[in-house]
Design a protein around this ligand. Structure first.
Ligand code: TRP
Length: 375
């Protein structure tokens, strides 16, 4: 069996820097390595309805935002099938059969879902659809025989649950589904980028995100007002780099070339800080001001985001083409999901049209019955 890569995002907002380092960059890397047979990226609009059923417009509007983010970051539709979940109804069929393999108690233990319930204030009003979305995510993954799932660490419980469903299914109905594996980014700082305010997570509602599509001015404003070490008051004070979002962002984004360019003295050719370790050491020792570090971070982010912004502008002038990419991808994805659904129904035994044995044995059953009653 070859390698099939699949990931997805809920289209509930524009993607931010956490998505860029946590998943988009990984996807582009995998895509360009080419060490796979098929690669899929799902825009999980159906999953997004499970907590936005009263605001479908938001989901609809963000499909294109997410697609623009993908394409401008370097996802190549010729190498990678981008599709819309709602365009592949076979996924709901699969979900329905997988539901029988999962207990309510198991769903209630899913730590990511638990967190989300608290965060959304669902209390006693948890929609069944929301509670069961991890099962639908198992359908997303198994429909494509995907074995490699590049995700952030908040998605690990979903992959674990998918693996359990695959094992239960295969045990009950014979070897049919492929067990997937999550792949996390190698750089630790990329696993979860904190918000600009130092909170653990970037969140649209808190307003502590830098978006991939933010303008240069927006990025600058957000970087300059970033939370740092609150005890680093005077420049001479020793500062903390651990847990300091400015340094975590540098960890995630700064490359050697950024240091060599930015800190190079034009006259002497000397480089003030050659790498992050040297910059950190000075900050920790004292004598390095927040402003200087933030200006460098802005330079790093701006250098990273500028080509993405340009690409996005181009795409924004070609919106019909972007929709077409999604529709073509959805058609292709649907064919594959149809094949899997056939395989799954056959394995379960719900394949009446092709089940000659069933028809034959039914014929015989009635023949015998009628013969007996004639006697
Ligand atoms: N739950 C994921 C998120 O919130 C989105 C998603 C849907 C997904 N289906 C998937 C991720 C399949 C990986 C694989 O971001």
């Amino acid at each position: 069996m070859g390698n099939i890569i699949l990931t997805g995002d809920r289209p509930t907002g524009k993607l931010h820097l956490g998505h860029l380092v946590g998943s988009l960059r990984e996807r582009v890397k995998l895509q360009d390595l080419g060490n796979y047979d098929e690669m899929y990226i799902e825009i999980a609009d159906a999953q997004a309805t499970t907590d936005n059923f009263g605001n479908i417009q938001k989901v609809k509007d963000n499909i294109i935002e997410v697609a623009l983010d993908y394409l401008s970051c370097g996802i190549d539709p010729n190498k990678c099938t981008i599709f819309l979940q709602s365009e592949v109804p076979e996924l709901s069929d699969l979900t329905f059969y997988y539901m029988n393999l999962v207990t309510v108690a198991r769903l209630q233990r899913n730590p990511t879902v638990k967190q989300e319930i608290i965060y959304r204030d669902f209390n006693n009003t948890i929609p069944v659809g929301f509670m069961t979305y991890p099962i639908s995510q198992a359908a997303d993954i198994t429909a494509f025989d995907a074995n490699i799932i590049p995700v952030g660490d908040d998605q690990l419980p979903m992959i674990e649950q998918t693996r359990e469903i695959v094992r239960s299914f295969n045990r009950l109905y014979g070897d049919t589904l492929v067990e997937p594996k999550a792949v996390l980014p190698q750089n630790e700082a990329c696993h979860r980028l904190p918000g600009t305010d130092g909170q653990a997570k970037m969140s649209k509602s808190i307003g502590n995100c830098i978006y991939i599509s933010d303008s240069r001015e927006e990025v600058k404003k957000k970087v300059m007002s970033m939370y740092t070490d609150p005890n680093h008051i005077k420049i001479e004070d020793p500062g903390k780099t651990e847990g300091n979002p400015v340094f975590i962002y540098l960890e995630a984004f700064a490359e050697e070339k950024h240091f060599l360019e930015y800190f190079k003295n034009k006259e002497t050719g000397e480089v003030e800080y050659k790498n992050l370790d040297e910059l950190k050491a000075h900050y920790e020792r004292g004598g390095l001001g927040d402003m200087k570090v933030k200006k460098f971070l802005f330079y790093v982010l701006d250098t990273t985001l500028e080509p993405i912004r340009e690409k996005r502008k181009e795409l924004e002038n070609n919106i019909p083409e972007v929709y077409q990419i999604l529709f073509d991808g959805s058609d292709k994805a649907r064919k594959k999901a149809q094949d899997t659904l056939k395989k799954v129904k056959k394995a379960i035994g719900l394949d009446y049209r092709n089940d000659q044995e069933l028809i034959q044995s039914t014929i015989e059953k009635y023949r015998n019955n009628n013969r007996q009653s004639e006697n």
